[in-house]
Design a protein around this ligand. Structure first.
Ligand code: TXA
Ligand code: MG
Length: 313
């Protein structure tokens, strides 16, 4: 069921049930992070392998304290600048965080969503919410309540509707290695913006066997129909549709092209990306082709999703 009843969602969560909740990035499939049965249900509903850890969501930075082992000096500045918002911090966990949540890792991923509905929900709970994106494992993340209902509606009791997500790609994940900031996932907070606060950050490449980030698999966000990155000279099936940033490509039928942001706004492109991919996936087109955006600002997060949607295996 889809609805806007925050109190009902609270009651379900307190009873150990799952609720899909809006955040500004994507919709999450939320459950009590301290309740092993609720956490196990999240993995089961998503069909997610248990080696892929979950982000926990808290109402504010001060409430991190019980769940982390140490406070790094950079944390305060990062929290002041970017929380609440589309930034997830990967930190040494305390023993309160179940190993199931972190897939056995000594680090826990924590985020403070900015969406007013998520904030109100979290403010009424005395436990963190574990919440991966509310999509079946490996598919495109949901940016509306309807997206969630289409795939998980029959498996969960309630979908809290907070309207379309305003950021539209998942949070940026930031951790530290040997004291230096490292990005593990490009996301809704631009790397350039983070660098203004902590200086230069390194970006970890994805891999299917990276012990630092077991779940950051290369292939992800994959539509059901074949998905390609545009390449010169490649021939695509007749009727293939093209995703581009701001202008139509000459020589390709305009009716088969979709622009992410005619005004050239990276944030608009990120906001629209997943809904467009879903729409095209169900449109009957035999293939989807996408052209990469310039590698700057949220263009980098959009390109990351396009590359991973196109990756095989
Ligand atoms: O914007 C977001 O972050 C959304 C909303 C719902 O908050 N959540 C989200 O969760 O994208 P999920 O589970 O779809 O992606 C979380 C990523 C996964 O790639 C997972 O492997 C990684 O974060 N991750 C979570 N905990 C981790 C940990 N302890 N160590 C390494 N990677 C971790
Ligand atoms: Mg996900």
């Amino acid at each position: 069921m889809i609805g806007k009843d925050i109190q009902y969602a609270c009651r379900l969560l307190k009873a150990g049930q799952l609720v899909a909740m809006p955040t500004e990035t994507v919709y999450g499939l939320a459950g009590n992070a301290l309740n092993p049965r609720a956490v196990a249900a999240i993995f089961a509903v998503k069909n997610r392998p248990s080696f892929d850890p979950l982000i926990i969501h808290l109402p504010d930075f001060p409430s991190f304290a019980p769940y982390i082992a140490t406070v790094r000096p950079e944390l305060e500045a990062l929290a002041r600048a970017f929380l609440p918002g589309p930034l997830t911090l990967l930190l040494e966990k305390s023993s309160l965080v179940p190993d199931l949540v972190t897939a056995g890792s000594p680090r826990v991923a924590i985020r403070v969503p900015a969406h007013p509905v998520a904030r109100e929900l979290l403010g009424q709970l005395d436990f963190p919410l574990a919440a991966p994106s509310a999509n079946p494992f490996g598919y495109i993340s949901p940016t509306t309540a309807r997206h969630v209902a289409d795939q998980l509606g029959a498996k969960i009791p309630y979908i809290l509707d907070g309207g379309p997500c305003t950021v539209g790609v998942e949070s940026t994940i930031l951790g530290f290695e040997s004291g230096r900031p490292v990005i593990y996932r490009k996301g809704g907070l631009a790397i350039e913006t983070i660098e203004k606060v902590v200086g230069e950050v390194a970006v970890k490449p994805y891999s299917s066997s990276n012990p630092q980030a077991p779940g950051m698999l290369k292939s992800h966000y994959a539509p059901s129909v074949p998905f390609f990155l545009a390449a010169a000279l490649h021939r695509y099936p007749a009727g293939a549709v093209l995703i581009r940033f701001r202008e139509y490509k000459p020589g390709w039928p305009e009716a088969q092209q979709h622009l992410l942001s005619p005004s050239g706004d990276y944030e608009e492109a990120a906001r629209r990306l997943f809904a467009l991919m879903r729409e095209l996936d169900g449109s009957g087109a035999p293939a989807i082709v996408a052209e990469l955006l310039p590698e700057e600002g949220l263009g980098r997060a959009v390109n990351d999703r396009l590359r991973r949607a196109a990756a095989q295996g």
